[in-house]
Design a protein around this ligand. Structure first.
Ligand code: ACO
Length: 341
């Protein structure tokens, strides 16, 4: 079976925070942020807004573009590290969309690599599991885990949701190998680098008032939550510019392609300097690099489908175009996929 990318959509929160706004809460300025990162604005979910609702909005737009009824969706993959329910939010998205035809829905947690993993998982489910219409959603609200007093990290992140509908096709009818939507991929992780980027659980508190010291109740956790994002920016930067070109080159080789046959380079939008460094390594001119960092910052698992959606709707990415895409981030995780729109 082949698979095709047949629709995309995205949604961002209304609240816009500029670099100047941030300079009122931490010691920073527009020039430093834009020169070092390329970021000028980001959208942030306010306290009362829901990330799940944003994901539903993006998914609806992808279904509309694909002209596919929600009832035809048989798998929803929600790629997120910031679910609004610890047990996962994909089933709630499935319900809100009205996917009723015995669908499966689950979450994938892989930080900023989540969407690439979701795309590859969709293709595997189609090829090996007989699924037909798979919604891959990337959505994150890292602003909820940002330390707003840490100028080294709080300037980077924004919130968003993006979605792509991947459809199974019989090879002999609508999809021969020339048209297949996913040529090749390359995925990795390295838990050894977790110290450079993480948001671990806060130290468990125990309730010593209820249990006497040493009693069973005294030893039980009281409940938990996560710490703010801890990041060593320099190490993450070095990691990204080292592994991403390698991964894309491997995926291109598997696909029997070279850098010059790519129409677009669409990387996880983390930092303009990372995008530029990877493009230089792959000898791709800047005109072939998709970037919307200036408007949204790093939106984690949402950044690739958000940028893809904008590029498709503006007519930049056209049917038949080949795109090298790569995600990288916490875990550490990274991976690339060579896709065709
Ligand atoms: N405004 C002004 N000055 C700042 C700011 C700021 N916002 N942040 C740091 N500085 C200062 C530092 O204190 C330092 O000052 P000093 O020289 O007096 O000590 C100086 O600027 C340089 O700081 P560096 O941290 O060395 O700056 P760098 O050039 O490395 O840029 C950045 C920092 C932008 C964070 C960069 O390292 C980066 O983008 N790294 C990648 C991060 C990333 O992509 N993370 C997300 C991964 S995705 C995921 O999975 C969540």
């Amino acid at each position: 079976k082949g698979c095709k990318l047949v629709g995309c959509g995205s949604a961002v929160p209304n609240l816009l925070i500029s670099n100047d706004d941030l300079s009122k809460i931490v010691d920073t300025n527009d020039e430093w942020i834009s020169v070092r990162t390329g970021i000028r604005n980001r959208r942030i979910l306010s306290q009362k807004d829901s990330l799940t609702a944003l994901a539903v909005e993006a998914a609806k737009k992808a279904l509309e573009m694909a002209k596919v009824d929600p009832e035809e969706v048989d798998l929803v993959l929600m790629c997120t590290s910031t679910p609004e329910d610890l047990f996962g939010s994909a089933p709630q998205i499935q319900k809100a969309l009205g996917c009723k035809n015995n669908p499966l829905a689950y979450d994938i947690t892989a930080a900023c690599s989540g969407f690439v993993l979701g795309l590859v998982s969709a293709a595997c489910h189609i090829r090996g599991g007989g699924f037909k219409n798979v919604l891959v959603i990337g959505a994150d609200a890292l602003s909820r885990y940002v330390d707003w007093t840490d100028r080294g990290s709080c300037i980077l992140f924004g919130d968003a949701a993006g979605a792509v509908l991947v459809q199974g096709k019989e090879k002999d009818d609508a999809c021969d190998s020339e048209e297949d939507g996913l040529f090749a991929f390359d995925l990795h992780s390295d838990g050894g680098g977790q110290r450079h980027l993480n948001a671990g659980m806060k130290e468990k508190e125990t309730d010593h008032e209820i249990g006497t010291n040493g009693s069973l109740l005294g030893q039980l956790p009281k409940g938990s939550s996560y710490s703010c994002i801890q990041m060593n920016g320099k190490e993450v930067f070095r990691f990204a510019v080292r592994v991403v070109p390698q991964s894309i080159e491997l995926a291109l080789e598997k696909a029997g392609l070279t850098g010059s046959s790519i129409d677009w380079l669409l990387l996880h939008q983390a930092n303009q300097r990372i995008l530029d460094a990877v493009a230089t390594r792959l000898q791709l001119p800047s005109e072939r690099v998709i970037s919307n960092l200036a408007n949204y910052g790093n939106t984690s698992a949402a950044s690739i489908p958000l940028a893809l959606d904008e590029a498709v709707r503006s007519g930049k990415v056209k049917p038949g175009h080949t795109i090298a895409t790569a995600g990288f981030g916490a875990g550490l995780t990274w991976g690339s996929a060579i896709i065709r729109w």
